[in-house]
Design a protein around this ligand. Structure first.
Ligand code: MC0
Length: 145
């Protein structure tokens, strides 16, 4: 199964403040912003680099309310890395393969993710404490221009 790092997601209290921080420190550029009601987040994608199969990003996440996954994470652990997302060519196929290796899937079927992607999460307790997301990029977004 071909995998790449699609994004590293950071949970934060103030999206605009953290966008300014990452722009200043790393000279990254915001290429997409979105409110994802289903996941309970307001988010920004900052482009890092393009590679085989698609781009890599830093994803900044601000919760829409305290009773969301990111809201609960912030209350418990504070700001920091929330999850790592692996890019895969086919998320349904990857879910089947990885699920067959004893890892609990948090989604029964793929959901809507950033920039038109299809995503699914793996339980952090089965991946060394790392909340893991599988991402199938939207076909037209196989690399940022
Ligand atoms: C919770 N835990 C984590 C964690 N969140 N460990 C590592 N990284 C995280 N982000 C740990 C807790 O510390 C706890 O361990 C245990 O998992 C259970 O957590 P909990 O606080 O009791 O909360 P639960 O069980 O209600 O939910 C945790 C779970 C949930 C990971 C199952 O947050 C979830 O389903 N997440 C997937 C969806 C998601 O995160 N969506 C937001 C981003 P201890 O040892 O204390 O028991 S959406 C997104 O980013 C999209 C838009 C995109 O990328 O395109």
């Amino acid at each position: 199964m071909f995998m790449r790092i699609d994004h590293v997601a950071i949970a934060c209290h103030d999206l605009e403040e953290k966008i300014a921080l990452f722009e200043r420190i790393f000279e990254l550029t915001v290429v997409a912003r979105e409110i994802n009601e289903e996941q309970g987040v307001k988010e920004a994608m900052l482009h890092v680099v393009d590679g085989d199969g698609g781009g890599s990003y830093i994803q900044l996440l601000e919760p829409l309310s305290p009773d969301t996954p990111v809201g609960k994470f912030l209350a418990k652990r504070g700001e920091g890395v929330h999850h790592v997302a692996f890019g895969v060519p086919d998320v349904t196929e990857a879910m089947g393969e990885i699920g067959g290796r004893g890892v609990r899937l948090l989604d029964e079927k793929p959901r809507h993710g950033s920039m038109g992607s299809s995503i699914a999460f793996l339980h952090p307790k089965d991946v060394g404490g790392m909340l893991t997301e599988l991402v199938q990029a939207r076909p037209t977004d196989q690399g940022h221009n």
